[in-house]
Design a protein around this ligand. Structure first.
Ligand SMILES: Nc1ncnc2c1ncn2[C@@H]1O[C@H](COP(=O)(O)OP(=O)(O)OP(=O)(O)O)[C@@H](O)[C@H]1O
Ligand SMILES: [Mg+2]
Length: 254
């Protein structure tokens, strides 16, 4: 079982879009996948079509020790893909964890009882707070979506340092971390060159696949479905399919 966090403290870079569509792409290859929504915004939960009123218990209850993760997991519209949902109360739960000893280990403890999944993907909150720290601590691999813009790389060093600090001595960033570009527009040459330059120190971690800016991805989110259930022939579906293939090849060779 490989646990993968999708993390970036910058908001709106495509973490949730990646979590929903990459997890779905993997499940479509016959793998058994769990998507853990670890963001109080609960966008992955909504994005997989889970209705708030049918939610019941969520990741917040799991962290508080009031529910077992296996009991909150729900089926999704994609066979083989399951979701551990979130809701806004996860934000309060994060505050409750702050005074706890070993506060960074709570998510790890909750998911380590699960053995039946091939991959667990964790969608994280846009901050470097305790939720993201828990997600990183629990993960074997960190996937960092990066959009194209003047401020895209601001705070990037802090993110990498935080990941390195949380993972400790055994962490090998060449094996356990990858960056990829999202919302890519080949026509935006000046912006692209600026970001490519900024990414030079991280070139050993940059994936080949770029996720193009594609309205079909945005529309799928509005319909609360993965792209495979709305426009499976779109550039967005093609790019997330390629991301899945590139990562699978990487993980198989490790
Ligand atoms: N490749 C893309 N093309 C077009 N729209 C996209 C693309 N990727 C993401 N979006 C849209 O951009 C917005 C932000 O994406 P998303 O919610 O995935 O980011 P996020 O990093 O999870 O945000 P947050 O930090 O708030 O959790 C959403 O409206 C989403 O539909
Ligand atoms: Mg999100």
């Amino acid at each position: 079982m490989t646990i993968v966090s999708i993390a970036n403290q910058k908001g709106g870079v495509g973490k949730t879009t990646t979590a929903v569509n990459l997890a779905s792409a993997m499940a479509r290859t016959g793998k058994k996948i769990l998507l853990v929504d670890f963001d109080p915004q609960a966008n992955s939960t909504a994005g997989m079509g889970t209705e708030p009123e049918e939610l019941g218990r969520s990741m917040s209850d799991v962290l508080l020790g009031e529910a077992n993760i296996a009991d909150i997991i729900k089926e999704t519209q994609i066979p083989g893909l399951f979701i551990a949902p979130s809701d806004f109360s996860l934000g309060n739960t994060e505050q409750k964890l702050i005074p706890m000893t070993w506060r960074e280990t709570y998510l790890h403890k909750s998911i380590s009882s699960l053995t039946q999944y091939d991959y667990i993907f964790i969608d994280s909150h846009p901050s470097l707070g305790l939720l993201t720290v828990n997600a990183v601590f629990a993960s074997d691999f960190i996937l960092i979506p990066c959009d194209i813009g003047r401020y895209s790389l601001e705070g990037f060093g802090n993110l990498i340092n935080k990941i390195t600090e949380v993972k400790g001595n055994g962490f090998d960033r060449k094996k356990q971390m990858r960056i990829f570009l999202t919302k890519f527009q080949s026509s935006a040459k000046v912006s692209n060159n600026w970001v490519f330059n900024q990414l030079k120190p991280y070139s050993d971690m940059l994936l080949k696949t770029r996720i193009r800016q594609n309205e079909a991805l945005n529309q799928a989110a509005m319909l609360r479905k993965p792209i495979w259930l709305t426009k499976s022939k779109s550039p967005g579906a093609e790019d997330y399919g390629n991301l899945m293939k590139e990562l699978t090849a990487l993980w198989q060779n490790q």
